[in-house]
Design a protein around this ligand. Sequence first.
Ligand SMILES: [Zn+2]
Length: 385
Amino acid sequence: MKLLKILFLLLLGSTFLFSSVNRLKKVDIVKGELRLKFTGTCDKKQIKHFTLSKPYRRVFDLQNTRLSHNGIGKKFNTRVRIAQYKPNTVRIVIPHDKPYSCTPYKPLFTKTLYHIPLPKSSSVLPAKRYKKPKEKLKEKLKKRVKKVYTSRSHKYDLIVIDAGHGGHDSGAIGGGKREKDLVLQIAKRLEKQLKKRGYPVYMTRKKDRFLKLHQRTKIADKKNAVVFISIHANSVPKKKRHKIQGVETFFLQKTRDARSQRIAARENKSVLKGTNKLSRNVILDSVLSGPKIVQSNKLAIDVQRRIMTNLRSRYKGVRDGGVRHAPFWVLVGASRPSILVEVGYISHPKERKRLFTPRYQELIAKGIAEGVDNYLDNRKKEIDF
Ligand SMILES: [Zn+2]
């Protein structure tokens, strides 16, 4: 009997809990406004709104609310994103290319409606155009809206590309070919690939000139870049030159792995002149404690994977050196996700030949660009929902 009573109380409690949660039934865009329709009375106090930047997003958290069904908001594609953010919170995100403020309101005499004015430039297309029934025209408009959105969404994601070495510092040399020339060629191709995807790009060097280490990362800080990519090529001593080849992507971290240490030591040589060991350790320790490592690791995984997919689609026997961590100095001091791509071994005769082929370079550049794209899209999703 006692058990029954408890069960009854539990049941009562749960129905009470359940009924107190409001449900978002329908969302429409009418006259440049987002109209939310709830099943119950909409309480304005339970709707919190704020702005996030890079890119700008107006966020509305509808507390104590659930989505009636998952299809809500799907029709808006990426223009307005709606999701069950927490068990009892629905999140609405309106991306925009600049900050916009709006005054959401509850219309008079209706208890279940809530209106959010949308930013002007992305509001609904002119009514005249919409009314034309011709399918072709509709399709054309659809494509145009999509295009505008994709070119906008990365407008503020500045990428800094750092072609390694330069000037008196040739980097690795193999078969008379120099690392500094190779990485500049690939960096320029990467610049084009990223710009094609709508990213603003800044190159630490566009010519054959030497830059000090701190100048390279300082640029990324000054420009407030979202990602820093340093491009290098690897090499091994003559004895091993036929054995070792492949693509490797590094992010900054102390390591006990002897091979990673050796590669880092070689790349660090020219930039570390004049810095004493104590100050090196101080800088390194301060960077290694930051959360950027996790993000850099994710970026490195995406980039490495896309490079490999691209290269292997056209070339046989490309070795995947994987994602590694090493204390590269060019990555120290970068306060953003930063990676160093070793595009291949300039010491390996066959790989060297490929590395200086435009087609091979293009595939590497495309792979890096796709990796960056992938990483940033995933990060945005993480931040939003
Ligand atoms: Zn290098």
